[in-house]
Ligand binder design. Structure first.
Ligand SMILES: NC(=O)c1ccc[n+]([C@@H]2O[C@H](COP(=O)([O-])OP(=O)(O)OC[C@H]3O[C@@H](n4cnc5c(N)ncnc54)[C@H](O)[C@@H]3O)[C@@H](O)[C@H]2O)c1
Length: 327
């Protein structure tokens, strides 16, 4: 008979009874469930636990937690006995709308995120909105920013657009009904949008590259600020800068910005230091920065390359405008 091993984030210890509604019960394994635990040490601890429990190829591994638990356990599932079945119970908004979809998993090494990983799809994903009631608005925010991101990508990512549809999309109407905190309906819609994109391009040869929208500048900002800025805010700033570089019309940028309830100033940056961090991104070539080319109907390529100087100047301008609004 098939058994289940359920790896869960420690902070959910008192909420595990929620799992029985999905028929999930078995042997539990607790981990801290944060970014630090996306490590080779945690990976080996889970592997050793599975060996100790005589986990069989026909058994089911279950991950309950945020994106870091899903990434870690997904990687265990992909590699243990050359692959065992895994089910996800995402418990953060980011994990529901992003990390649980598309099969990417991975663990970190010091200073290098997701350096080991595979693409391996879960057998099933179970959603329970109850878990979101345990999160503060600040904790929900990174997931919400990803929801806006995927909505923008979906609106423009097709090369073949009718003029009428484009007119509608450029008015920002695709964001109507979206609000913060998000409704269950919009969470399901955001999941479907991401699923649609990765379903067409699971190996990230083209379309899926667009999901990096906002993250080139966003990741550079996070690294520049030693991860003191939240991921949501960094990606929000990243999207604003990248939309400007991609020449989104100002009215549309303003409309999209109006859906972000938190408006923190763009931080002050030092030109040379920020440039160095931007150029570390492995997608870049020579002095060019690779950005997800969301306005596909205009540019017909998934990636657009910009002079690094131009990207830094756009960031410096935003930092200046944050300091002197209306100047
Ligand atoms: N595989 C992918 O496609 C993909 C996509 C996006 C992000 N990610 C990864 O996801 C990770 C970030 O995920 P995250 O934002 O969910 O953070 P996380 O998994 O690091 O969790 C953040 C904190 O929230 C706690 N937590 C979990 N559920 C909770 C709940 N319901 N209420 C309150 N606290 C809860 C966790 O224990 C942890 O302390 C990163 O490692 C990132 O690389 C992966």
């Amino acid at each position: 008979m098939s058994r289940q091993v359920i790896v869960y984030a420690k902070c959910l210890k008192n909420h595990l009874s929620r799992l029985s509604r999905f028929g999930l019960e078995g042997t539990f394994f607790e981990i801290e469930g944060n970014e630090t635990n996306k490590s080779i040490e945690s990976y080996l601890k889970i592997i050793d636990f599975l060996i100790e429990k005589d986990f069989k190829k026909s058994d089911l591994l279950v991950a309950v937690g945020g994106g870091s638990v899903l990434d870690l356990v997904g990687f265990v599932a992909a590699t243990f006995m050359r692959g065992v079945e895994v089910a996800f119970v995402p418990t953060t908004l980011l994990a529901m709308v992003d990390a649980s979809i598309g099969g990417k998993n991975g663990i970190n090494r010091p200073w290098v995120k997701n350096i080991l990983g595979t693409t391996y799809l879960p057998k099933q994903t179970f959603l329970d909105m109850y878990f979101l009631s345990l999160m503060s608005p600040e904790e929900l925010y990174p997931g919400y920013v990803e929801m806006i991101k995927v909505a923008v990508i979906d609106a423009f990512c097709s090369i073949d657009q009718t003029e009428e549809r484009l007119k509608r999309q450029y008015s920002g109407s695709f964001l109507e009904d979206w609000e913060f905190p998000p409704s269950e309906k919009s969470i399901e819609r955001a999941r479907a949008l991401k699923q649609g994109i990765v379903g067409e391009d699971i190996q990230e040869k083209g379309l899926r590259k667009l999901l990096n929208f906002g993250h080139t500048v966003g990741h550079a900002l996070e690294a520049y600020l030693d991860f003191t800025m939240s991921h949501g805010e960094a990606v929000q700033h990243g999207m604003s800068v990248e939309m400007e570089l991609l020449e989104f019309p100002l009215v549309l940028r303003q409309k999209i910005a109006s859906y972000f309830p938190y408006k923190t100033p763009f931080p002050a940056i030092h030109r040379e230091n920020f440039l160095k961090i931007l150029l570390r991104d492995k997608k870049n070539a020579e002095n060019k920065i690779a950005l997800s080319n969301v306005l596909m109907h205009k540019h017909k390529e998934y990636i657009a390359y910009f002079d690094a100087e131009k990207v830094v100047n756009a960031c410096l301008k935003r930092a200046h405008d944050s300091l002197y609004p209306g100047a």
